[in-house]
Design a protein around this ligand. Sequence first.
Ligand SMILES: [Fe+2]
Ligand SMILES: [Fe+2]
Length: 192
Amino acid sequence: MFSLNKLSPTITDMIRFDHSHVMVTFHQYTRDKRPGVKKALAETICDALEIHATLEEEIFYPVMRPRAQDHKVMDKSEPEHDQMRAVIAELRRTDPKSPRHDELVFELMRDVQHHVADEETVLLPEAERSLSKDRLSELGAQMTKRRLELVTPKAGKIAANTAVGFSGSTAAIVVGVASALFAARAFTRKPA
Ligand SMILES: [Fe+2]
Ligand SMILES: [Fe+2]
């Protein structure tokens, strides 16, 4: 049966896109930024990571758990999210004027880089080997629906932090272009 959900970007492409988006934000964070900008960037990162982790835990990991060939990577995924949540909680309590704020952001960046590398080299290719393109797109549509529910209550805050964090930055343009390309791909993907 034809379903509009099959036109959605795949869940694996969406996960990769989230990863690149958060890494772009991390790279904007430098020690010499003003405290207000540091706080806004940190909040953008924390919100994005929390939403991403929830989406993976609710939609992606349950589908992958029974299929995973590499149980080592699968089994440590959720504990690593919890570790990130602990760093996020401390980061939110920390004054952006203190050097501890920089340390926590860099610690979080190292953890995320590691975790993302495992997902992109093990879990995502495994998903693409074991699930059909249609199923990957259906899961993508499910992820978009759930994302809207998670983002909506925070939309104003996320927009404000993004505006402050990326003010006067070329990265904002990069993110804008990436979003546009991502949306375009959703409509130009050839039917399988
Ligand atoms: Fe993850
Ligand atoms: Fe991820």
